[in-house]
Design a protein around this ligand. Structure first.
Ligand code: ADP
Ligand code: ZN
Length: 723
């Protein structure tokens, strides 16, 4: 059939040829026929592809058929869903270009937020609100402080109004009175917004960042524009929900992956109508946003903003892009900003606004560093605890206070060794030792989930096994022996298998039904516990010990965050750090009163000298294969192909910052075998210069071509700005 005839055929049949984005990793978007006038760009359609049925999105209509028109099939149906907007397309395209993935992969990730049925399930929404109200009523009954009770009562009043179909009286929403310091910061923020800058709000814990966000959000809503408020984790969203409901009533919508599908549909439908503030995790970026006036990124330094499956996007950076698409104001906030954002302040892209004092006054918890090596020599250790720390916990308990103990490893013991032959039991699929879980009597791999029963004897020589080191379970056990009268709870991902349990543990601690809480990193997040006066971290060095140029920055952020948990209302708190490296700069930095410019300056200078981000851009190629020989062979071929592609560039040098492109590898990462797959990395460092975008495109093209020629699809992925 000639091209002319095909066009004639289209006209005859009243059919238009369309390209459709499918939720797959495809290098092209396949074509279909659709009834003329039934679809537009953005329409959602059902189609057959490779013997399966998919929901897809129309990319273009009226295109020239890319294949023999008679081979192109028709779509199955047009779905009754609102079309994808140009703004959504722009966000998808940005993610696809920047994070080197296909539009289909972005669509797959975005669709739970965007593909929303029109009809609402009113009964289910009602049921949920009634449940919430019930929960609030019991919280009111149990609340120990007046202002806490008032807070719950205000939230309950709003829910009651909504349930009875009454409009929420605006007087029910409390006014925000900012302190002088907060007002000054607000002035600086407004000024920066006028200059079209992104704001980095660096405020100590308890300084009232949330209060400032609320004020800015109200102003935005009053102008008829909408607000997106991002938090890194669901747990934080749950904590903020009641508090923000008090400020925003009806206009507050909560969106994250743990909400039911029905609830998420309701939120998206409301978003389409406008007049909203969405509180959510990074998936909320993909809602069908309308006229966003303000984007807030809370705890902007938090590594959980990065998604660790394709598309591997950074929620904070994508939020900045979303803000640009909508012409919104963007504010990033943290008590311990990321070096990336501080660097952006240095270059003048962002404006730095500081809030250096707590709203309720008081200072940060006092830091006490306990050197476990010297304590051990002096017989000052009892198991995992120093006698000094035991005394601190004892004092806290007898004063009626509470303490939280952080240990970054879960399980009973992270390592099991044979006392006879010294063998360390390893996972058969991964290159890591098995952890011993005493309660279940099993050994578990924390990477792939492999489990086997713990027999107590060595499989090689039959001698008894010895659990080495202490994870949270063992710490909990030790605490029960040391403080038999204390009420003790544990919070880690083993304990918090379900959301109710996690919430219960937190609520019990918040309302002082438990005295001591042991846990992993979960316990460092933004919880606000009134009675907490002691926080302690055991074996703090395990936070530093990673082979990663970001480890110190991360450790400092985590510990600073943890410290912020106590002394929240002017009651003096204490932060005990047990470490074998007592003079490490991170701990010395914490012992100082505030984040010093020197330390940040040093970290930045180090990054610059080695050509690390934010002074360069890193793209990690991760290659996986069950066959290690084939993996090594193909990785070398890929490296050759990359070198050949970039060799025409005069600047391919091995030096740290001179060259525009630096390639390291292939090499085996510290954890080089997971779930039966061997892993190799190829690290590409691109200089931030005029050629950056072009170099990235060249890399993507070379990679795609290699996958095709070597017939090696599905083994390699690119991670842009790896965490
Ligand atoms: P941050 O988010 O910076 O950690 P918060 O916003 O949580 O700080 O504020 C800490 C505490 O101080 C909260 O209990 C909050 O209600 C209170 N607070 C802060 N600013 C104000 C204000 N302007 N008016 C009333 N309470 C405030
Ligand atoms: Zn494993």
């Amino acid at each position: 059939m000639s091209p002319k005839m095909s066009i004639f055929a289209i006209a005859m049949d009243n059919k238009t040829c369309i390209s459709v984005i499918l939720p797959l990793r495809l290098a092209w978007n396949p074509s279909y026929w659709a009834e003329e006038g039934t679809v537009v760009r953005g329409s959602r359609v059902r189609v057959r592809f490779a013997n399966k049925t998919y929901s897809g999105v129309v990319e273009e209509t009226g295109i020239e058929p890319t294949a023999d028109p008679s081979k192109i099939v028709e779509i199955l149906e047009v779905e009754d869903l609102p079309p994808v907007t140009e703004q959504e397309f722009r966000l998808w395209q940005f993610i696809s270009d920047y994070y080197l993935c296909t539009l289909g992969e972005v669509f797959r990730c975005a669709s739970p937020a965007g593909a929303i049925a029109q009809e609402q399930t009113a009964a289910r929404i009602r049921e949920r609100m009634e449940k919430q109200l019930e929960g609030l009523r019991s919280k009111i009954a149990r609340a120990r402080r007046d202002d806490t009770r008032q807070r719950y009562a205000a939230a309950a009043a709003i829910l009651e109004a909504r349930l009875s179909g009454m409009p929420v009286p605006q007087e029910a929403l409390p006014e925000i009175h900012l302190s002088d310091l907060q007002s000054k910061a607000l002035g600086q923020i407004r000024k920066a917004f006028l200059e079209e800058k992104i704001v980095l709000l660096n405020g100590v814990t308890g300084s009232g960042k949330t209060e400032l966000y609320a004020q800015l959000a109200r102003e935005t809503l009053a102008q008829g524009r909408n607000v997106l408020y991002l938090v890194p984790e669901i747990a934080l969203s749950r904590q903020l929900e009641d508090r923000l409901a008090r400020f925003f009533g009806e206009e507050l919508l909560v969106f994250h992956s743990a909400e039911t599908a029905a609830r998420r549909q309701e939120v998206a439908a409301r978003v389409r109508k406008g007049s909203y503030i969405v509180l959510g995790t990074r998936s909320a970026l993909f809602l069908p946003h309308r006229d966003l006036g303000l984007v807030i990124v809370d705890e902007e330094h938090d590594a959980s903003y990065k998604q660790d499956s394709t598309p591997r996007y950074q929620g904070r950076d994508t939020a900045v892009m979303l803000g640009r698409i909508h012409g919104s104001r963007v504010i990033l906030g943290s008590a311990t900003p990321s070096l990336e954002s501080l660097y952006n302040c240095e270059t003048g892209r962002y404006a730095l606004v500081s809030l250096a004092e707590k709203y309720h006054g008081g200072s940060e918890a006092e830091v006490e560093i306990i050197d476990t090596r010297s304590e051990r020599r002096k017989n000052g250790m009892v198991g995992s605890f120093s006698r000094k720390l035991i005394a601190r916990i004892g004092e806290t308990l007898s004063a009626g206070g509470q303490a939280v103990i952080l240990r970054s490893r879960r399980a009973y013991a992270p390592v099991v060794q044979c006392s006879g032959c010294g063998r360390i039991l390893k996972c058969p699929n991964c290159h890591v030792s098995l952890s011993y879980h005493k309660a279940t009597g099993r050994m578990v791999c924390h990477h792939c989930g492999h489990q086997e029963p713990y027999s107590g004897t060595c499989p090689s020589c039959g001698q008894p096994l010895e659990p080495l080191g202490a994870g949270t379970q063992r710490i909990e056990e030790e605490l029960r022996t040391l403080f038999p009268d204390a009420r003790i709870a544990r919070l880690d991902s083993d304990a918090a298998q379900n959301k109710q349990y996690e919430e219960q543990v937190i609520q019990d601690f918040a309302e002082h039904r438990t005295d001591l809480l042991v846990g992993t990193q979960i316990v460092t997040k933004g919880f606000d516990f009134e009675g907490l006066s002691l926080v302690a971290v055991l074996q703090a060095d395990s936070l530093l010990g990673q082979q990663d140029f970001r480890a110190d920055e991360r450790a400092l952020q985590l510990l600073e965050q943890f410290r912020g948990r106590c002394a929240r209302r002017g009651n003096p708190g204490r932060f005990v750090i047990q470490t074998a490296q007592a003079d490490h700069p991170v701990y010395r930095e914490l012992a100082g009163q505030s984040l010093s410019n020197d330390f940040i300056g040093d970290l930045l200078a180090e990054r610059r000298a080695f050509g690390y981000p934010p002074y360069s851009r890193v793209i990690l190629l991760v290659c996986r294969d069950t066959d290690p020989a084939r993996l090594d062979r193909l990785c070398r071929r890929l490296t050759d192909a990359l070198c050949a592609a970039f060799v025409t560039k005069p600047s391919l040098l091995s030096g740290p910052v001179q060259g525009a492109v630096r390639l390291t590898g292939p090499y085996a990462p510290p954890l080089d075998r997971v779930a039966g797959q061997f892993i190799r990395h190829i690290r590409i460092t691109l200089r931030k210069d005029a050629a950056l975008a072009a170099n990235k495109q060249l890399l993507a093209k070379t990679l795609a071509q290699f996958e095709k020629e070597a017939r090696y699809p599905g083994h390699i992925y690119a991670d842009v700005d790896p965490a």
